[in-house]
Design a protein around this ligand. Structure first.
Ligand code: SAM
Length: 433
């Protein structure tokens, strides 16, 4: 019997939104049940946009039901949320969206709720203007952000908070990084254009290519032979700030899945140690190195306790792409806003501080350390770097600016949407010679 995509999506979305399952895990578990690639694409769209807009339409559904269903019947509650996502976000034909969603109640073995689902969606259609206006009145339902994050953005970036939340809900372009060791950027653009893709060179990032929409990258010309990797432009800034030259000893301390490590290796003939605490994620570094035909020392270990893995030879460059809230990449990871808690930030700060303090002694005099997060919260960025500078008299902040984003009190913040990039924070520290 054919699997009902909407019913499957409702079960999966309830797991993501109410039980903390990641979008990636939910897709891996449920998508193989759908044979047709178009059904899998619909499942992905429903789960991505369902996660992104959950906090708006979850609240809307509560207002449309006499008794909430969220806990009593999570899959039907999620199905209703998906009904509104189809009407408002995916803009599927009203008739198809409503009929197919009502039909899915039967696949979920709740035929007795078909009438209720139909009535709720019809009422939404009749009253959508008033109901949307009500949701637009509060930042957390207007932009579907958790209240703590909307408040933190308003506190840290009062002028930009609204634009950041809008960017978090927009479609990001697909950005590629050309592997300089294997291809010229212009010839890569021509190969992609010949295959019907509107690829163009990024205006200021030397290795970046932009495609307007996402696509299956494994089918693009050059994927198998390692001519390019997928990487947002904001992450490609790291290689410039590392200021590399041949022969340097470099540590990438939080390396998986290896995006920045591979970029460093493409830029110069360096001796790179790629460190990662999570063995499963480290495997992804190995696969990326292999596909891109690059070579590094791969070490599984904790950046906060170098005694376990450091060979007592100082590094000329250290990159710390620290574990963080991921609050700068919500547009690419729509489930993060549902899973992150305000209390996670203090725990992240402990890790960030611990890693930075432990690795500073490993940097050679005159060496450079690049501290990076994909967070937009000052607590994970400037606060960590300032505490580090206060504790180490041999550390100096290197001043720099980028074509987009804004100077922070130390370092530089790219906010989501600045230059159509992901949100990312950079600080560069130099050790006195
Ligand atoms: C933001 S991701 C790094 C992304 C990577 N630099 C890239 O560009 O592809 C942070 C990584 O740090 C790892 N990590 C977290 N705590 C760590 C620790 N104490 N030591 C080493 N790696 C750690 C995480 O498992 C995760 O893979």
């Amino acid at each position: 019997m054919k699997v009902d995509t909407r019913a499957l999506a409702a079960r999966a979305l309830a797991e993501i939104a109410l039980r903390g399952v990641s979008l990636r895990d939910a897709m891996e578990r449920h998508a193989p049940r759908l044979g047709d690639p178009r059904d899998r694409a619909l499942l992905m769209a429903l789960l991505s946009e369902g996660s992104r807009w959950w906090l708006r339409f979850d609240a809307a559904i509560d207002g449309l039901l006499e008794k909430p269903l969220r806990h009593k019947d999570p899959a039907i509650h999620a199905l209703l949320v998906l009904g509104l996502v189809q009407l408002e976000i995916l803009q599927l034909q009203d008739y198809a969206a409503v009929a197919a969603t009502v039909e899915a109640t039967r696949s979920l073995k709740r035929p007795q709720l078909a009438g209720l689902v139909n009535a709720v969606l019809r009422r939404w259609q009749r009253e959508r203007e008033t109901l949307n206006a009500r949701l637009d009145a509060r930042p957390q339902t207007r932009h579907a952000h958790p209240a703590w994050l909307a408040d933190a953005l308003a506190r840290d970036w009062p002028q930009q908070a609204e634009a950041v939340m809008l960017a978090d809900n927009g479609e990001p372009p697909l950005m590629l990084r050309v592997n300089r060791q294997r291809s010229e950027r212009q010839s890569m653009i021509e190969r992609l254009q010949a295959a019907g893709h509107a690829a163009s060179a990024h205006p200021w990032l030397a290795d970046a290519l932009v495609l307007p929409h996402s696509t299956d990258v494994t089918r693009l010309p050059g994927f198998e032979d390692g001519a390019f990797a997928v990487q947002d432009g904001a992450a490609q800034v790291a290689a410039d700030l590392a200021d590399l030259s041949d022969g340097l000893r470099v540590l990438d301390a939080c390396a998986a899945p290896g995006g920045k490590a591979c970029h460093l290796l493409e830029r110069a003939a360096i001796d790179l140690t790629a460190l990662e605490v999570d063995a499963g994620r480290a495997e992804r570094i190995r696969q990326n190195l292999m596909r891109l035909r690059l070579d590094a020392k791969l070490v599984i270990g904790d950046a906060g306790t170098p005694a376990g893995w450091w060979k007592r030879q100082p590094f000329d460059r250290i990159l710390i792409d620290a574990p963080c809230s991921a609050s700068g990449v919500l547009r690419r990871r729509p489930d993060v806003r549902l899973h992150r808690r305000e209390s996670d930030i203090a725990a992240m700060q402990v890790q960030q501080h611990r890693i930075l303090s432990a690795l500073w002694p490993l940097l050679a005099p005159g060496g450079r350390l690049v501290y990076i997060t994909c967070s937009v919260l000052r607590a994970e960025n400037e606060a960590i770097v300032k505490a580090m500078l206060a504790a180490h008299t041999d550390a100096q902040a290197v001043e720099f600016g980028l074509p987009v984003g804004q100077a922070a009190s130390v370092g530089w913040q790219i906010l989501p949407g600045d230059g159509d990039l992901d949100g990312m924070y950079y600080a560069v520290l130099r050790k006195q010679s």
